[in-house]
Ligand binder design. Structure first.
Ligand SMILES: [Zn+2]
Length: 321
């Protein structure tokens, strides 16, 4: 959403100079990182030849709450695992975000290649992460950028799994971020936990409990609590009892959809209209492809169609079962 970023760029212009000094003075906080979560090799924007941003980078005076895992979709699941390719991919993402999306810079704070090379995304993200007290406002999780720090993982993981190298660097990077900000592993999320999107792909999404456990063991923290149920993601073409439940709730909200358990055109139109009416930010991800996710019904739509007074946990459990 270009308008979103232009607004934040303007706001950033007012605040970034005030926090610039703080950013440097807190730099030494990296030295207090917990044992076992040392900084992995992170290639900064200068290393991969980033363009300068089109506007001010907004640095917020609070830590992020969530670490969010994404997939990039493009350039697909390449087999070029070199550092040179990771640099190329970083430039390609930045070009797409600045030239096509109209954002000030790369949307994500960090990028992880299929060869396991980690690069800085949005300028200043590495410096601020080392400080451990502030947050570079990105553009990768619609309506939630103030609380989320995002890692774009190169590839498409709807059906295929990530490479072992990508997985290893993801574990190390997430552990380092969690350590710097004191984030508990249960706050490691997938993009679809916030927005109605396929990202980070069902295969990678289903490995998030494993990621939380791996990060927890690197940090030496207790085993993460049992995962709370998340809202399911329903897509046009889906069938079954969860679609039927969604249709019942949409009807109760005044949408003339059938209650037949088939996610057809009228259900898709209803969800699209509801998302627009409520200002849900779609297409706000670091992904480099404009995938058609119109009508997807996920974590930001369920709360809008729940009956007033519904027990959220009970409904989530019903949908999960
Ligand atoms: Zn995403």
């Amino acid at each position: 959403m270009a308008d979103f970023d232009r607004r934040t760029a303007l706001k950033g212009g007012l605040t970034v100079s005030a926090v610039g000094l703080l950013g440097t003075t807190t730099f030494s906080a990296a030295a207090v990182a917990a044992p076992g979560a040392s900084e992995p090799k992170i290639h900064d924007t200068a290393a991969w030849g980033a363009r300068p941003p089109n506007g001010a980078i907004e640095v917020q005076n609070h830590k992020p709450t969530y670490i969010v895992v994404h997939h990039t979709v493009d350039p697909g699941n390449v087999t070029d695992y070199t550092l040179e390719h990771a640099y190329w991919a970083s430039r390609s993402i930045q070009n797409f975000h600045m030239d096509t999306r109209g954002w000030v810079d790369s949307g994500q704070q960090f990028t992880n290649s299929r060869g396991g090379h980690i690069t800085e995304g949005r300028h200043r993200s590495l410096e601020i992460l080392r400080g451990g007290t502030q947050h570079v406002l990105g553009a990768n999780v619609g309506n939630n950028n103030s609380t989320c720090i995002g890692i774009e993982n190169e590839g498409l993981y709807s059906k295929e799994d990530v490479t072992p190298a990508l997985w290893d660097s993801l574990v190390k990077m997430v552990a380092y971020i969690a350590s710097q900000y004191g984030i508990s592993p249960e706050f490691i999320k997938g993009h679809r936990d916030f927005n109605s999107t396929e990202c980070p792909g069902t295969v990678l999404y289903d490995r998030l409990p494993e990621l939380r456990t791996a990060v927890g063991s690197l940090l030496g923290s207790a085993s993460p609590k049992a995962d709370l149920p998340e809202w399911p993601l329903l897509k046009p073409g889906d069938t079954g009892p969860r679609v039927r439940t969604a249709q019942e709730l949409l009807r109760a909200r005044g949408f003339a959809v059938p209650v037949d358990g088939l996610f057809g055109q009228s259900t898709k139109d209803a969800v699209t209209a509801l998302a627009a009416r409520n200002g849900l930010e779609r297409d706000l991800c670091g992904a480099t492809a404009a995938t058609d996710e119109a009508g997807f019904l996920g974590s930001d739509v369920w709360p809008l169609i729940m009956r007033p007074g519904t027990d959220t946990r009970a409904l989530k459990a019903q949908l999960a079962g």
